[in-house]
Design a protein around this ligand. Structure first.
Ligand code: GUN
Length: 280
């Protein structure tokens, strides 16, 4: 079994971005800028956003952090996004989800300039992904493909089974795998004979948000197992895969933490650089 080291891969990507950013600064005197918008005080979201801003500084991007109170109105938030849309120094806008209940998330995502939508959540970019010509694709799914590529895992013709159909992970990763010529099956809570399907997987992506959901009976020998789960069990970070069981059968497997997690931020930075380059 090979352990997929997301921390190492993400560090390499960030190193490459840092180098390229320094070169841009020398050549054109400008660097990419990312704006993060956090509404409310959800502790997990606050950690994510702080981390994103920290990594911006490390690689030489400009970062524009907006930490807004939980009482911010939808109109106020729309107004802030409008200003970020028209600010030339801002190449990427990330509104941390989930938003408070009184704000319509879909309306907010629609208000972001699709060319600055580094999350790849705007319906224009979702549509482009479905057609197969998106520049900005969702960070976690794109990070998963980057991991598969780094470990030279063949994708064309392989059966990829995706567990979960969220807009953030399941659906976009299925599209990206399809684009890379995998045969893709998406499973969800209503899927019948789940084990029968997952046992066919050459590549199994677990994104269901249920701790230890994938056990060793669900995987065949030698499968590549990618665990996207971030579940807190007794204060401990736990994936969707029962790692100890499944690692014995898997060919390659991602740990939690240290697998997919670190890739998300690296690909967010990569998207910000892509959005910046598209304006040049
Ligand atoms: N909340 C959980 N995951 C994400 C993500 O990828 N992007 C944003 N904006 N919010 C999230």
């Amino acid at each position: 079994m090979v352990l997929i080291d997301g921390k190492r891969v993400s560090t390499e990507i960030r190193g490459r971005l840092e180098k390229e950013t320094a070169e841009l600064k020398t050549k054109i005197g400008r660097t990419p800028g990312l704006a993060t918008v956090l509404v409310g005080e959800d502790p997990a979201s606050a950690v994510y956003v702080r981390n994103k801003n920290k990594i911006c500084h490390e690689i030489g991007f400009q970062s524009f952090g907006q930490n807004l109170s939980a009482e911010t109105t939808e109109e106020e938030l729309l107004d802030i996004i409008k200003k970020l849309n028209s600010n030339d120094e801002v190449n990427g806008i990330l509104v941390q989800l989930p938003l408070p209940d009184h704000i319509d998330s879909e309306k907010i995502l629609l208000s972001i300039d699709p060319e600055k939508d580094v999350d790849g959540f705007h319906p224009i970019n979702v549509g482009k992904l479905a057609i197969g010509n998106a520049l900005l694709t969702p960070c976690t799914p794109t990070g998963i493909i980057a991991l598969l590529d780094y470990y030279k895992i063949e994708i064309p013709g392989k059966h990829a089974v995706v567990l979960g159909r969220s807009n953030i992970v399941g659906k976009p990763v299925a599209h990206l795998l399809l684009q890379r010529h995998a045969t893709v099956t998406i499973c969800h809570s209503k899927t019948k004979n789940l084990q029968q399907v997952t046992r066919q997987a050459d590549i199994l992506i677990a994104a269901v948000g249920r701790p230890h959901f994938v056990n060793s009976d669900m995987v065949k020998e030698g499968t590549v197992v990618i665990d996207v789960g971030i579940n807190r069990v007794d204060g401990k970070l736990t994936g969707d895969v029962d790692f100890d069981q499944v690692a014995e059968k898997a060919g390659l497997i991602t740990p939690v933490p240290g697998g997919v997690g670190p890739m998300t931020i690296a690909l967010l930075m990569e998207n910000t650089l892509k959005a910046f380059k598209a304006t040049q």
